[in-house]
Design a protein around this ligand. Structure first.
Ligand code: AQP
Length: 329
């Protein structure tokens, strides 16, 4: 008998979500939720977010903003469990148990950890950052998820999750399915100010477009976007990034600009003005839904509570099974 794929994914509440988060993740999550028959668990991974320096007084607002973005983007609480990671405490307990199976050498080889270690001041490289992939494995395995929508940057973490599932099953008996990556079909969106880096919430404000950005701000951010970093006669990475975004939100207008780029007649100011208009149209319905949700905060918090109940039921059952198999009294 074919079982329903169970999907788990999460986003960190490190600021308002941007175009990259939507095109690279959320859009796909909504599609998976709406494609029968997927059972989806989507969480705001606040425990992951505190592995980077953050402001406690801003944290609640960030969580709320992420919830608004999830809902306005089309995640439907009647179809998916939408919840806050730290509200289902079983994630952390399972993480501890999985920690005892996680080889140190494997964790030391995680590219994301190595990159962040290089980028950060020594005091901001904490053990939470090192154990991040084990918590991610617990997020997935606590629901016995079988499918995980990820970008290619997360494949290594998912491989660790599969390894931990295999190790647990071998040591304590068949418990976890080995979750499969569902590589996100979306585009990778680059920073507007430094197109060699991906668009990122924690970067400077002018480098990203949030999903609720006002048309005027979209226009002014795009106006300042870097477009001239290519070799002579070539479309540089900044301009290519703008064409990628246009290709997703309004593909019909791309061939004209590409033709002009080949002929060397392209005016980047025209591309920016056109993209700003199309982007404002594309994000308009999102902005309206988000504003409406923001005016009903209690409803939003209640929805997260309902999601938590649904998620906790599965998580609690998994943890009981795991602890029994591990011999806990
Ligand atoms: N620029 C991007 N293009 C495509 N996809 C992206 N994602 C993030 N940036 C882009 C995808 O969004 C999901 C959520 O990621 P996250 O917030 O948990 O962590 P992140 O990847 O580190 O995202 P940010 O925006 O860069 O956040 P900060 O600045 O806090 O680190 C993931 O599926 C990711 O692939």
């Amino acid at each position: 008998m074919k079982t329903t794929p169970r999907v788990l994914s999460g986003i960190q509440p490190t600021g308002k979500l941007h175009l990259g988060n939507y095109l690279g993740a959320l859009k796909n999550w909504v599609a998976m939720q709406d494609e029968f028959p997927h059972e989806c668990y989507y969480c705001i991974v606040d425990l992951h977010a505190v592995t980077a320096p953050y402001k406690p007084e801003q944290f609640k607002q960030n969580v709320f903003d992420t919830a608004l973005d999830f809902l306005a983007a089309g995640l439907n609480p009647e179809k998916s469990a939408i919840f806050i990671q730290s509200h289902v405490t079983e994630h952390v307990e399972l993480m501890w148990l999985l920690n005892t199976l996680a080889p140190l050498g494997l964790l030391e080889r995680m590219t994301q950890f190595k990159d962040k270690k290089k980028q950060r001041q020594a005091e901001a490289v904490n053990a939470g950052l090192f154990n991040y992939p084990v918590l991610m494995a617990a997020d997935i395995l606590i629901y016995k998820a079988t499918a995980v929508p990820v970008g290619d940057d997360q494949l290594q973490h998912l491989e660790l999750t599969r390894e931990l599932a295999r190790k647990f099953n071998h040591a304590f008996g068949e418990t976890f399915p080995e979750p499969e990556a569902r590589l996100t079909k979306g585009a990778r969106i680059m920073s507007l100010t430094n197109p060699d880096n991906k668009m990122s919430k924690s970067d400077v404000e002018k480098s990203y477009v949030t999903l609720d950005e006002e048309p005027d701000r979209i226009k002014s951010k795009l106006k300042k976007a870097v477009t001239d970093t290519g070799a002579a006669g070539e479309t540089g990475p900044g301009a290519r990034n703008l064409l990628t975004i246009l290709g997703v939100i309004h593909p019909a207008s791309v061939p004209d600009f590409e033709k002009q780029a080949k002929q060397g007649t392209i005016r980047y100011s025209d591309l920016k003005t056109h993209l700003a208009e199309k982007l404002a149209e594309y994000l308009g319905p999102f902005r309206a839904r988000r504003a409406e949700l923001a005016s009903k905060p209690k409803e939003v918090w209640d929805l997260l509570d309902t999601g938590k109940e649904k998620a906790a039921k599965i998580a609690q059952a998994t943890l009981v099974e795991v602890k029994e198999k591990m011999g806990f009294v």
